[in-house]
Structure formats: C-alpha cells, structure tokens
Design a protein around this ligand. Structure first.
Ligand code: PMP
Ligand code: GLN
Length: 396
C-alpha cells in the first residue's frame, strides 16, 4: 500500500500530551501543560450556556459572528489605540492554533523563508513546513533571551516572507522590549517581510513589563497579523476561540485559509467571548494580578530548593535550571524522573528547540504556575521533601 503523508508520519507526539499522560499515570501534580486549574468567569460561561439553548446553533458567518468581530476591534482600540475595521480586518478561528495555521497557509508560498525565534511554541515549525515554508532559526539565550540585531539580521534574506513573534513568549516568559521591537520593525521594512504576532498571553505580564503589539509601531500596521486567544484571556483553554487582526492585504488570503480549514467556529462560544472582551478593564488587569501570586510562590519555592529560576516577565510559565541540583542526566530524563519519583511534572525545554538548529540547552525545565495556591504549595512540598532526601546523588 502507498504510505500516507511522509512529513506528518514523522512528527513526534506533543510534549504536552506525553507529559500530561505521564503525570496521570504517576499521580503527579501537573505543572507541565499550560492551563489554569480554575475556570474563567462564571458570567461568561452563563452567556455561552444560554446561547446554546437560545441559538443560533447553525453555522456562524465564516469570519466570525459580527458581535465578536466588533468586540475584537474595540479591544484593539481600548488597549492599543488601534483602529480596526471589524468587517474587513478580523477573522475568528477555532483557537490560536488554527489562527496560526491559517496565517502560514494564507501568507506563504512554497520555499518562502520564515524566521522563528528559539525557543518556540512547538506547533510553529511543523505548521510552517506543512504550509510549504522553510523555517530559519534565531536562538535567544537564557537567562534574559535578548534579541541581538546582528544575529537577527543574519537570518533575513531576499526569501524571507515572515517572522514569527511570540510576545509574551512561551516558553521563555519573556516580554519583548521597545528596542527589540524597533529592530524587528526596521528589518521587516528593509526586507519587505510580514510578522505573525502570536499574542495569546497579551494580558499576562508582570511587574513593570507591559505588552506592546508590534502592530502599533510605525510602518507595522500593514505588515502584522495579530493573534489573540479567548482560552488564555478568559482562562477557558478548552473553548478554542482565537481571533486574528490584520489589514485586508494580509487578511484576505488568511480568511481563505480559514474558509477551507474550519469555515466557522461554534456560535455560542463566540457570543460569550464577545461579551468577555467587553468586560471592564479591571478584569484584564486582574488576570495577571491573580496569576502573579502563583508566579511568586513558585519562584521563591523553586529557588529555596536549589533551582536557578530565570526571570519571568509574562505568560503562565517559569523557566528553572536544574544544573545546581547536580542531576546526572538531560532535561527529558529529569522531567520523567521528577514525575515518577517526586510526583511533580514539568516540561523539558528542549521540546521547544529545533533539532536542525544544533544542540539545545539540556538543563532547563518549564513549570506552569497558573494553578491554585494550595496546589503549588503541595507541589513545592513534594519537591522539597524529595530533594532533601535525594540531593546531588539523584539519578543513575
Ligand atoms: N500560541 C501560544 C504561544 C500558546 O502557548 C498556545 C497555547 N495554547 C497557542 C498559541 C494556542 O492557543 P489556543 O489554545 O487558543 O489554540
Ligand atoms: N499552550 C499550552 C502550553 O504551552 C499547551 C497547548 C497544548 O496542549 N497543545 O503548555
């Protein structure tokens, strides 16, 4: 028999599914896969429940229900001063995951080059390849993951079509600074390229770090597609409602991709997300404030145990270096061992690096702090008691 698609036959299983399964098998506290353990606002869920009863329950308009497109446009205006036409510049998708694929499909021709900053959210590279693009990597280095202009410039060529910018950045927890965005904007203009801005953690920044959409910089309005996710903004990751904002010159082909991928997303969820996006500004500010407690707790706790905890400016995630603990093995072995023996699960950071771009760091782990205080305390207690018995001599 002829074989099915060669490329898809060889993509590895999702690290999130692998680690969540392992966590379940071993009764571990799952600080791996990024999802909050407290559902988002009841009132948004009530709107969705009522909309399921009242309808409409048939296909929504392909670009999204008008109320949600309007709410996305207003959200862009309220938080970033962007003037967006809800009819021509917004498409609603089934999660940011679909939005990303639609953008790659809608923007790339076979052989186009796409710059990806490493470490990256795992689905970017297989999606780029599936859409016929060629990923070019720029590695950012821990602990502060600073973007260096010369390194970025070296990755651009006449074939560069797109740069993927994930800010706040999963898994690194970095929020890109104005100077870094300026560098990106300059190069996009010089090389006549677009940016795909994955901003699903736009409302999850901490301390004095604030999120600046690349789209707000001079010359960037026509070159950026900005992606948001109701899953992240309303702590409802299972809902899978995403939204893309872009000028028609970019959006029309992206919308055509959406048309052949899902065509339309569930109307009841769209109606509820439309209401959510109109919430008082205090809701959006409160989201990060709520998560900040978990960030502090986990940072302090992991440091006390002996991890070297890297700065976290945004997202749900902390990066911790286990090198000081003296473990004799790589990050995959460490996370497996931690799950089985200490009953706490984290994600090995090497999963967010491309094999073809050289050896990844091997002593970094990603912990999700979007969890209840008592769960984080229990996880720290488990780690504490485990490492007090197993310090340095750990693992064979
Ligand atoms: N981009 C990033 C950086 C993410 O962390 C996620 C996580 N889910 C997604 C996109 C996908 O979002 P969604 O669940 O809305 O598909
Ligand atoms: N975005 C989530 C994370 O980074 C997981 C998404 C998924 O499970 N596919 O952990």
């Amino acid at each position: 028999m002829k074989s099915p698609n060669d490329f898809l036959a060889h993509i590895p299983p999702s690290i999130f599914a692998v680690m969540s399964t392992l966590a379940n098998e071993h009764g571990a506290i799952n600080l791996g896969q990024g999802f909050p353990d407290t559902d988002g606002p009841q009132w948004i869920r009530d709107v969705a429940a009522q909309a399921l009863i009242d309808g409409p329950n048939q296909y929504a308009p392909d670009r999204g229900v008008p109320a949600l497109r309007q709410a996305v446009a207003e959200h862009n205006k309220r938080f970033y001063g962007l003037d967006i036409d809800p009819d021509r510049e917004v498409v609603v998708t089934s999660g940011a995951s679909e939005a990303l694929l639609d953008c790659f499909m809608g923007l790339l021709n076979p052989g186009d080059e796409v710059i990806v900053l490493e470490p990256f959210f795992d689905i970017y590279v297989p999606q780029i390849k599936a859409a016929g693009g060629i990923a070019k990597f720029v590695r950012l280095e821990a602990p502060d993951w600073t973007l260096d202009e010369a390194t970025l410039r070296a990755a651009f060529s006449g074939k560069t079509k797109l740069l993927v910018l994930n800010s706040p950045m999963n898994p690194a927890g970095k929020v890109f600074k104005q100077e870094e965005l300026d560098i990106i904007a300059r190069l996009l203009i010089e090389f006549d390229a677009y940016a795909l801005c994955d901003e699903v953690y736009e409302h999850l920044t901490f301390d004095d770090h604030s999120h600046i959409p690349l789209m707000t910089l001079p010359g960037m309005r026509e070159r950026c597609a900005r992606i948001g996710s109701a899953g992240k903004t309303f702590s409802l990751t299972g809902w899978k409602i995403g939204y893309i904002t872009a000028a028609p010159g970019m959006l029309n082909t992206i919308a055509n991709a959406h048309q052949i991928v899902t065509f339309a997303s569930p109307p009841a969820l769209q109606i509820a997300v439309a209401q959510g996006l109109q919430a008082d500004t205090s809701y959006f500010e409160g989201l990060a404030k709520g998560m900040n407690e978990g960030r502090r707790l986990l940072t302090d706790g992991l440091k006390k145990i002996g991890f070297d905890v890297l700065p976290c400016e945004g997202t749900y995630f902390l990066t911790a270096d286990f090198a000081p603990l003296g473990f004799n093995g790589d990050d995959v072995e460490f996370c497996t061992w931690l799950t089985k023996e200490a009953k706490v699960t984290a994600i090995p950071m090497s999963a967010f690096y491309a094999e073809e771009n050289g050896a990844p760091p091997r002593s970094l782990t990603r912990f999700c702090f979007a969890k209840k205080t008592e769960i984080l305390e229990e996880a720290l207690e488990r780690l504490n008691s485990f490492f007090s018995k197993n310090r340095i001599t750990a693992h064979a």
